[in-house]
Design a protein around this ligand. Sequence first.
Ligand SMILES: Cc1cc2nc3c(=O)[nH]c(=O)nc-3n(C[C@H](O)[C@H](O)[C@H](O)COP(=O)(O)O)c2cc1C
Length: 387
Amino acid sequence: MRDRPLTRQGNIWEIRDVARRRLPSPLFDFLDGGAEDEWTLRRNIAAYDRWSLLPRTLSDVATIDTTTTVLGHKIDWPVMLAPTGMSRIFHPDGEMAIARAAAKAGTIYTLSTMSSFSMEEVGAVTAAPKWFQVYCFRDRELTREFLTRAKAAGYTGLVVTVDVPVPANRERDRRSGMTIPPKLTLSSVTKFAQRPGWVFDYLTNPPPILANVAHKIAEGSGGGAVSLPHYVNSQFDPSVTWRDIEWMVGQWNGPLIIKGILHPDDARNAHAIGAKAVIISNHGGRQLDAVSGSLDALPRIADAVGTDIELVLDGGIRRGTHVLKALALGAKACMIGRPYLYGLSAGGEAGVRRALTVLRDEVRRDMALVGACTVDEVTRSLINGAV
Ligand SMILES: Cc1cc2nc3c(=O)[nH]c(=O)nc-3n(C[C@H](O)[C@H](O)[C@H](O)COP(=O)(O)O)c2cc1C
């Protein structure tokens, strides 16, 4: 199906509507949904409503500079792309399209360990700075192999996700029969048949695989694509501790970022073991339900760590004003997950570009409206206490 530039879609919600119309419902639910009652999923967005902006006027906002630096990298605006697995299930160009769009938008893409193109393929697609996301796997040799490969493929930051000690309880996926990779079964065929464009793309392209670990299956069990997720699930290690992540800091020998921090004491621990940044995140409400919205957790963490460690926040960012609120409460930058996947599902690389453009335009306009010419000027004085 032809990709669309989505010129009529002027905000992330409108791009989401197109994604919903393009994807079979089990896939849209997998993208959009969260764990159990999805309280945290809703809370991630609702948390922004507890704060209001307090603009300054008459401060000459003729020139707005949205650039900032994260771990020494200059990015064109304070939003980066969070890691999301298996993007080829949403569009055949998957992670390649996302990496290209992120580079064109002047920001950093973090490739997921669960990607459907390999870290080497995506590493070669643009010269722009990229980060790689990894878990501390049960097989420490596999973990070490990933670090070596990521470094060789040019990734400059290592994001270690720590909020998946065990797989989550995603009830929408159970109800819809969603599997990774998707299987067209007798019971789901009617849902898929309603989206012939997606089905055509899916059937006329190579099946998505977990490209970074595909060789493990070839070496070991001799299974096909379906056994890859089982292999990866068996690699999640609930016994991982701070000591293991400290080991990874030493192995990586570069900036290491810990993703999935909500408690101020854990942010302090991250600094103590040598991490350079934390991503305040609840995995987009996809892991433990009933945890606070990411924004709710930010002020206490910012108070606890000061400038010792850089703070990045993801979860629920859908508007430029959400970015401004996170910056005002102490984040150095934000990340988005679903917003760029809506763009990918709706229109491939052009769709991701559209999602990034509308959000970036909002950030720029909102900075002018709040009276901040630079990202550093978005401080706590521009936000009104929780309501
Ligand atoms: C479809 C999907 C797949 C994801 N896969 C990963 C992953 O492989 N690794 C990871 O650390 N986080 C993963 N996440 C979580 C995101 O990195 C991020 O924390 C979350 O999407 C942010 O919330 P938002 O979607 O509201 O922006 C995934 C999220 C989604 C929606």
